[in-house]
Design a protein around this ligand. Structure first.
Ligand SMILES: [Zn+2]
Ligand SMILES: [Zn+2]
Length: 250
């Protein structure tokens, strides 16, 4: 599985980190900022996208969607594109696309918005990858995602409080990509989010082979080494705190 970290910051970006979004094989997960430009910078052709998944409708996960759709259209896409999104936010996505006249364009491509329920379910399946959605605990309804290929499993939690009840679902994954909007080194836990130490504890309990932290609070930016040392008290596996545009191949 090929993972490209298009952004790694929490809701407030920093000089070096944009809001979190991921490209896993040809699936885009969340769409803040200039995702199109970042895919190009990383050498990926955005016309290859097979689907977009928006985990929830908070602005840092969705605000770049209209611009991405327009850039893809202007670049010549003709094939329909599926956008999976929690059912509570379909209207948000529709109206933000409609506001710029992007939903039904004469020389465009078909956009299929697919409402996702907040139950554990198979979202996407092709010959490379299957993607399962599962509910997490955030200030609004939200989904995490589990990616499975023939030889690897990766989980992305999206924005969530620590969910000990999901440890079974995370069991033995090759990579747990956990949100980490805070660290007890700097603050108490933010409502609806996870501190890095709890992410590390969950990674240990689920026997994840590696832990990757994203959706990083601004106080973590620049203090990655100190945090990694601290997390070794909680988790014995490999710890990654990627920079924007870093890649991992599992
Ligand atoms: Zn967020
Ligand atoms: Zn959120």
């Amino acid at each position: 599985m090929r993972i490209l970290f298009l952004g790694t910051a929490a809701a407030v970006s920093t000089p070096s980190r944009d809001n979190t979004s991921l490209l896993i094989n040809d699936i885009l997960i969340d769409c803040p900022g200039n995702v199109f430009g970042k895919m190009k910078k990383a050498g990926y052709n955005p016309l290859r996208l097979k689907a977009i998944i928006i985990t929830h409708g908070h602005v840092d996960h969705i605000y770049g969607l209209p611009s991405l759709i327009e850039m893809i259209r202007l670049s010549g896409r003709k094939e329909p594109l599926k956008i999976y999104i929690g059912r509570d936010f379909v209207e948000t996505a529709e109206s933000s696309l409609a506001m710029y006249g992007l939903l039904h364009q004469e020389h465009g491509f078909e956009i299929k918005l697919i409402a996702v329920n907040y139950q554990q379910q198979l979202l996407f399946n092709d010959n490379e990858i299957s993607i399962e959605a599962f509910p997490v605990k955030h200030s609004v309804p939200n989904i995490g995602l589990k990616f499975s290929s023939f030889d690897s499993k990766v989980v992305y939690t999206s924005d969530t409080e620590p969910c000990d009840e999901l440890i079974d679902l995370f069991k033995d994954v090759n990579l747990l990509i956990h949100e980490s909007s805070c660290s007890y080194l700097y603050s108490k836990r933010l409502e609806g989010h996870t501190c890095a130490e709890d992410a590390a504890r969950i990674a240990q309990l689920s026997n994840a082979k590696a832990l990757c932290l994203v959706h990083l609070g601004a106080e973590i930016d620049g203090n990655e080494s100190r945090l990694t040392e601290e997390l070794k008290r909680y988790y014995l596996g490999e710890i990654l705190i990627p920079k924007d545009l870093d890649r991992v191949v599992i």
